[in-house]
Design a protein around this ligand. Structure first.
Ligand SMILES: CC(C)(COP(=O)(O)OP(=O)(O)OC[C@H]1O[C@@H](n2cnc3c(N)ncnc32)[C@H](O)[C@@H]1OP(=O)(O)O)[C@@H](O)C(=O)NCCC(=O)NCCS
Length: 176
């Protein structure tokens, strides 16, 4: 009961201060950092990740799960030390949208503005503004042309708070 109240207070604090919205039954470990205006849906589990600003994470998303030893006789963690290994942190840049039921494996970097389609298993880095789908994840297409991507990158709209970000996005939308 006490733990439940503490969790609710942490959620409330994060939402009021940083507008980070973490829905119920989601677990985020202490090694994870989350940028302002990021949304994490229901039943997600996230470890060892650096998550940017304005990221949208749908329900049932698993990011940075531990790996068991593949070289030991048994994969069961009872038989070796340092059980739940995540070798590299996962990096998820600003304004990434991650669909439902996605798994992002350890050490992956997802570039700014990328989209991960529902049900994907992401095993490799994803370039900025790519749409990735499938198992294993593959690039379906890029969201924008190179020159539009450059304009978006130059604007750095995600560094703004939401009102200024809206203004910057409107300006960008008219210019492309
Ligand atoms: C990937 C996505 C963003 C759509 O991108 P899109 O470029 O508009 O894709 P399209 O619908 O035009 O489909 C293009 C192709 O990709 C396939 N495709 C689309 N989404 C897919 C997915 N999640 N997994 C596998 N293949 C997918 C389509 O079947 C189609 O294949 P085809 O060319 O062989 O017919 C969307 O399908 C998706 O997965 N959205 C996530 C929804 C979600 O999880 N919402 C949570 C609420 S926050």
């Amino acid at each position: 009961m006490l733990l439940k109240i503490i969790k609710m207070l942490v959620r409330y604090y994060l939402y009021r201060k940083e507008q980070i919205n973490i829905k119920f039954n989601s677990y985020v470990d202490k090694n994870t950092t989350i940028g302002k205006y990021t949304y994490i849906g229901y039943r997600c589990m996230i470890t060892q990740a650096q998550i940017g600003r304005y990221v949208s994470i749908a329900n049932n998303v698993f990011i940075g799960m531990g790996e068991h030893s593949l070289v030991n006789i048994s994969t069961n963690t009872l038989f070796y030390e340092n059980a739940s290994l995540v070798k590299e942190p996962i990096i998820i840049s600003d304004d990434v949208w991650i669909g439902v039921n996605v798994v992002i494996l350890r050490g992956v970097t997802i570039g700014r503005g990328a989209v991960i389609g529902a049900g994907a298993v992401v095993t490799k880095d994803v370039p900025p503004f790519a749409i990735v789908v499938g198992v294993p994840g593959r690039i379906l297409r890029m969201r924008f042309s190179d020159d539009v991507i450059q304009k978006i990158e130059n604007s750095k709209w995600w560094e703004n708070d939401v009102d200024d970000a809206k203004v910057a996005i409107d300006k960008l939308t008219k210019s492309i």
